[in-house]
Design a protein around this ligand. Structure first.
Ligand code: S3P
Length: 417
């Protein structure tokens, strides 16, 4: 396993093109791969999670060619190959989307994944799909989905989760009748936006999304930049004395931008250009160094910006006071137990963090020191450690190659090593 040394930064002045959005790219591959006809996906991410989705859809019969950052997809027209094994790699989004999508179509599909994904539970999605009549033999991978025969029902989110919601909505595309999904915390809505784009009968009214059996057709999809990836350089610019960074083309979907709200409430000097684009708007975001006051994150913000919490917690080490992240229990079921790995990372570099009853607390202003972090194969922890290292006193991270799961060019683009 490689180890990477990150040095303390004495300045930071960068302009970066935002890495393409992983969530939107995975959805584009899965949904366009299932639709009838041709699609073009522009600005697609070729991170490992997206490539896992591409391989799965190819096995199901989709034709997918990737040329640079454009994908040309010929979908299976709602009728995938019927008896296949699908390797979702490390990608929870791929696994949940496929679980829902395939639950509604004839065939027998076995989902497998790497060791980390095989340790994650899919019980909530599986139970909701079972309420629709799905036959899914296990709530961990490997699991076999015997698809077909679904009926639309009314479901309610037990825990806010865009992946669970997506599984249900994709199942709803093939189910008889009407599927309704109610969420009282509005999670990322990329699936809804894309389903509408490819012609699904889907509407939202208040907290409830309604979907009916639909035939999907190919479309042109433009992938925005990934605000989760933009968070790393923006946080570095805020923390390093004299720092400045502009990230261009960042997706600014209202269900993804909580991270910016949290930073700005803490005094973060962040400015935006006017949003442009259609369904998934983008803008350029600039952050400049400033003194941060403590952060306070509510449960609903934490649910929506769940992937950014480790990095915000690391940045909170440099704020002057105690930061509080509520609803942090949701971090436990990710690629690692991110409550544990976030605290471990912060402590390894001299910071102070603890967890109690769903609340992650970080005491800012402790004197940071050089340290070693094992990111345990978790891309977000590797990048979080790098951010805290360069804003603090440097660090050595083992296992950094896992950044390719979401942001293959992270070290060159953001850190410069
Ligand atoms: C994702 C949703 C989030 C996030 C994950 C990607 C998605 O998970 O953590 O990395 O693409 O829908 P939840 O399902 O917990 O919201």
């Amino acid at each position: 396993m490689n180890s990477t040394v990150v040095k303390k930064f004495c300045g930071y002045d960068k302009t970066i093109d935002c890495a393409p959005d992983k969530s939107v790219s995975v959805r584009a591959v899965v949904i366009c791969g299932f639709a009838r006809g041709e699609s073009i996906v522009r600005g697609i991410s070729t991170c490992d999670d997206v490539l896992s989705a591409v391989e799965c859809m190819r096995r199901l019969g989709s034709r997918i060619e990737i040329d640079g950052d454009t994908a040309y997809i010929t979908g299976v027209g709602g009728a995938p190959k019927r008896d296949v094994i699908l390797d979702c790699g490390n990608s929870g989004t791929t696994a949940k989307l496929l679980m829902g999508l395939l639950a509604g179509v004839d065939g027998r599909f076995t989902l497998v994944g790497d060791a980390s994904l095989s340790g994650r539970r899919f019980d909530r999605a599986r139970n909701m799909l079972a309420d629709m009549g799905a036959k899914i033999d296990c709530d961990r991978l490997p699991t076999t989905v015997c698809g077909g025969g679904l009926s639309g029902v009314r479901l309610e989110a037990e825990v806010p989760s865009a992946q669970d919601k997506s599984a249900v909505l994709l199942a709803g595309i093939s189910a008889d009748g009407t599927t309704e999904y109610r969420e009282n915390v509005r999670t990322r809505d990329h699936t809804e936006i894309m389903l509408e784009r490819v012609g699904a009968d889907i509407t939202r009214s208040g907290e409830t999304i309604t979907v009916r059996k639909s035939t999907l057709h190919g479309a042109e999809i433009i992938v925005p930049g990934d605000i989760s990836s933009a968070t790393y350089p923006l946080c570095i610019a805020l923390a390093v004395a004299g720092g400045r960074c502009t990230v261009k083309n960042v997706g600014i979907n209202p269900t993804r931008r909580d991270v910016l709200d949290v930073l700005m409430r803490s005094g973060g000097d962040i400015t935006f250009t006017v949003p442009r684009g259609d369904a998934e708007k983008v803008c350029d975001i600039t952050a400049k160094h400033c003194v941060l006051s403590p952060m306070e994150m509510s449960e609903s913000e934490c649910a929506r910006a769940i992937d950014e919490v480790p990095t915000l917690a690391a940045l909170a080490c440099l704020a002057n006071g105690v930061s509080v992240f509520r609803g942090a229990d949701k971090l436990r079921g990710k690629e690692t137990d991110r409550v544990e790995t976030t605290i471990e990372t912060i402590r390894a570099l001299g910071g102070e963090a603890s967890y109690n009853s769903g609340v992650l607390t970080v005491v800012g202003g402790r004197k940071l020191h050089y340290g070693k972090v094992d990111c345990r194969g978790d891309h977000r922890i590797a990048m979080t450690a790098a951010v805290l290292g360069c804003c603090g006193e440097g660090c050595e991270i083992t296992g950094c190659e896992c950044v390719s799961i979401s942001y293959p060019r992270f070290f060159e683009e953001v850190i410069g090593v």
